[in-house]
Design a protein. Sequence first.
Length: 505
Amino acid sequence: MRTKKIALNMICDIVPYLLIGIVGLIKVNYLITYLGDANNGYYQFINQIISYVFLAQAGFCEAVIYSLYKPFAEKNKDDINKIYSGARYIFKKIGLIIFGLIILVSIGLYLYYHNEQESLAITLSFFIIASSYLISYFGKTQTYTAVLSANQERYIYSNVLNIIKLICDILTIFVIVWFRSLVAIAILILIVKIIEEIVMRFVVKKKYSYLKEVSDKNTTMIKMTKDLVWMQVGTLVLNNVDAVLIMHFLGPIWVSIYTSYNFILRYLNEIASRLNYATVYSFGNVFAKKESDRAYPLFKELQSLFMIIAIAMSLTFLLGIRTFILFWIKDANYILSYTTATLFTLTTFFYILYLPLLSIINSNGLFKENKYHILTCALINVILSLILVNFFQINGLLIATITSFIVNIILKCNLINKKIFNNINYFKLISPYIIITISFIFIIIISKPLEIYLLKNITSILNIVITLFSIFIILFIILFIIMYLVDSNTRNLYQRIINLIKKRK
């Protein structure tokens, strides 16, 4: 049953997201075409700032999910309702704090850009978009997400979110063409978020008829946020500092160029993350039921799978990103060097490798220990970025990010070795990452002629999409076969997939 839920969560998270990605590509192209490079840069910058403002959430949703593992494992509806009620109460308080931050940041943005022609539009767009995300805090969507995730039924939320997101992106394209205004886009997002809240209430009420608010609220999960807040800060800085620094040092047009590449990377990273989401909740249930002896074999299978995904996704990105950008954006200024494309590639490679480590850590509630790692890596990223951006511009920022990701993997392996799998030798945990990294760097070096060939000979965006999809499928199959022959964990994973297919039949 657990395996079926994992598969269902993955399918419902990923398949609709593929469509969202396609529409998103069109949306970014229209943003650049109808609003211009600078306004697209401002729009992407607004989204980065919103990420920082919502740090006040401090990872509280993850704390609620962790608190719900045991009640769901024991089918204790009373405890579920107590935690649900406590979470609703805390989310409203967090919403008030975030709203205050939104007002302060809005004033700051207006003062910072007061000499710019678009200053009012930038400020108003930020305020409306940021406020629209608060609806889920004052409403029930945030709490529903935690409940569904803890019960390994995130696919319910994913279905609603993905469908509404797809509709929103399609409507955004029309708004861009008709109104050519950042404010109009912001108003559309606000309307869609209201609809999302209404739909989620209807869907979850039917699924969880027993879920209700009670007077005996359990708010103990708030204690975890003292660790989660720093973990959230570090994670956000680690993954989102580049665009902010580019805006400051290089300007909005460079933000537009950087985020065009990063849009594709974020898309690939999100697909990998959604594959990983289900495993976090599954590991959480494994440990809640005191089945820790099953955890290490599951972890090794997951590690093998994500190593295959990391190489296949990253190499496909490297081989096609410059050609894809050429036909997608239709501007030669957006074509960066092969070296820069390689650095972008390595950021997603190490990010995907890191996901299974994060799963096992979060499912064990090791938030306190993890925060020190994240903060260390974030500090490394910021310091190196500030130094290297002056010498190497975007390349310097990417080198800083890659370095921080590598340190993060090393620290995560050490934590897992000490706190979870303490009977496993540390070198046994870290050695697969060393081997796979050396192998991938070698593959990058020998792949340059093929990348240049594609850049010079592909004649349309349809051709590059078909070519890259074919490359990914071929790479994945070849890598899986190689891993199957040399790695017992991959063979166990294959058998698990076969068993799942047989059960479904």
